[in-house]
Write a protein that binds this ligand. Structure first.
Ligand code: PMP
Ligand code: GLN
Length: 378
């Protein structure tokens, strides 16, 4: 076999979910809801299959879904995406990210990723022949633009932005986007903008999409995921919005990667998107879960870091243990009965920190049970 991704093991999400199942731990590791999706969405899927939407849709995706995506983006962010030309339906955010990176990264190109970085960016860049250049965030998980600027070289081709940010729960500010705009224009960079948590922003903050800014959207692949927004991570349907030349390059690869995506779910999602209430209410829904989870953890020696968006809460466990993050996550799962994700897996070079991430996209009972077990740390 050729040596593809020789350093890669099995993803942390698979490892921790298996360990949680083996030890009967409450699984706050891998990010997925443990509650059911809206019955109206499930009914829409049944309806779509019954109506006969079971054969290949167009290569770029079901037109009604592309129209719903373009209309939502354009309404929310003032962009001008054309549903036919600029929106492609993908097999989740993961395939959107992967194909976008294959489309814009060539052999030897450097791509800046902000660390901690979601774990699919690095391998996707490497498989494109590129070089991922990890730039750590500041100690309080803000983007360190001085460090980002210092990392840019004449070989830098693209930057991957993720806001709201997994795993830190930080949300990029308008000033962050100003910085990105200046940098991307000065160095003629592509931007791969992972916005899968776009509707999970708390405390009245606003999601800063690249779609709000023409000088970014003209060079950006915007990645979205319905799995996150509608509590159906297993459906694996997402989208990529990008200007014409970028969408054309994306589709050239997409057509030979998956060709197209599961038909009935696309029809169901298109019908469900007619009502804006579900995604409009998502921020408030998760904000309440965040608040309840944080209140429950206040009784433990874990130090809560800020959580401005996503469904992840990162904690500092320095007061509890000197173990390295991966060892602590394993210990927490097997001995305390709560699975978490160590942040160390999201870096090229390990940091001197003691941080793990919990997913709070869980029923209130699940969160209470986890908090009860974590109280044993005290
Ligand atoms: N990007 C980020 C930051 C994520 O957290 C995830 C998955 N949780 C994805 C992309 C992938 O999304 P999907 O499950 O739709 O492939
Ligand atoms: N994105 C999810 C997380 O961060 C998990 C995705 C996966 O399992 N690959 O937990």
């Amino acid at each position: 076999l050729p040596a593809k991704l020789p350093q890669a093991g099995t993803t942390i999400f698979t490892v921790m979910s298996a360990l949680a199942a083996e030890h009967g731990a409450v699984n706050l590791g891998q990010g997925f809801p443990d509650f059911a999706a809206d019955p109206a969405l499930l009914q829409a899927l049944t309806d779509a299959m019954t109506a006969g939407h079971n054969q290949y849709p167009p290569m770029t995706g079901v037109p009604a879904l592309r129209q719903a995506v373009a209309a939502k983006l354009n309404d929310l962010y003032g962009s001008a995406y054309d549903a036919d030309r600029d929106v492609t339906i993908t097999a989740g955010g993961t395939q959107g990210l992967f194909t976008a990176l294959q489309a814009c990264v060539g052999t030897g190109d450097e791509v800046v990723i902000i660390e901690p970085a979601y774990d699919s960016y690095d391998p996707a860049i490497r498989l494109a022949g590129g070089v991922p250049v990890g730039v750590p965030m500041t100690a309080d998980y803000r983007i360190d633009w001085t460090a980002v600027r210092a990392a840019v070289t004449p070989r830098t081709r693209a930057l991957v932005l993720n806001t709201p940010h997994n795993p830190s729960g930080r949300v990029a500010t308008a000033e962050d986007l100003d910085e990105l705009e200046r940098l991307a224009e000065a160095h003629d960079l592509f931007v791969v903008s992972d916005e899968v948590y776009e509707h999970m922003v708390f405390d009245g903050a606003r999601h800063e999409s690249v779609a709000r800014r023409p000088c970014l959207s003209e060079r950006a692949f915007l990645i979205g995921s319905f799995g996150k927004t509608f509590h159906v991570t297993g459906w694996k349907v997402g989208f990529v919005a990008a200007p014409p030349a970028l969408s054309a390059a994306f589709r050239r690869l997409h057509q030979y990667t998956v060709f197209t995506v599961h038909t009935p779910t696309q029809h169901a999602l298109a019908a469900y998107l007619a009502d804006p209430a579900p995604w409009q209410g998502l921020g408030g829904f998760y904000e309440a879960k965040r608040d309840a989870f944080r209140a429950a953890l206040a009784a433990t020696p874990l130090k809560l870091l800020p959580c401005e968006g996503t469904y992840f809460q990162t904690v500092d466990y320095s007061a509890v243990s000197k173990l390295a993050e991966a060892d602590f996550a394993r210990w927490l799962t097997t001995e305390i009965g709560v699975a978490a994700i160590p942040l160390s897996v999201f870096y090229q070079r390990p940091q001197e920190r003691r941080h793990v991430r919990f997913c709070f996209a869980k029923r209130d009972e699940t969160l209470a049970q986890a908090a009860g077990r974590l109280a044993r740390l005290g």
